[in-house]
Design a protein around this ligand. Structure first.
Ligand code: SF4
Length: 85
């Protein structure tokens, strides 16, 4: 029997995200694909285990990059809530 404590992802918004429409959830595994798609908008955590939205998109090019990140994220954990504008 495994007596260790394992934190399971719940799909909740990571507190590291800046506030706004786009965010990353705790399902992130830190692969970094989102930051390849949108390097101006994502930052790696201090320990490298996850990424979070560091800057909401400021123009259409960054919006497009965020949409690409949503499509490319293998864990489907980059989310957009349009009603947070
Ligand atoms: S692509 Fe998805 S799983 Fe990979 S670091 Fe970005 S948010 Fe996390």
């Amino acid at each position: 029997m495994n007596g260790g404590c394992v934190m399971r992802p719940t799909g909740e918004r990571l507190r590291a995200n800046v506030w706004g429409r786009y965010h990353v959830t705790d399902e992130c595994d830190g692969c970094g694909v989102c930051a390849i798609c949108a390097p101006l908008n994502f930052d790696k955590s201090w320990d490298g285990t996850y990424y979070a939205v560091a800057q909401q998109p400021r123009d259409e090019a960054q919006e497009e990059a965020m949409r690409a990140a949503i499509a490319a994220c293998p864990q489907h954990c980059v989310k957009c809530e349009p009603n947070l504008d």
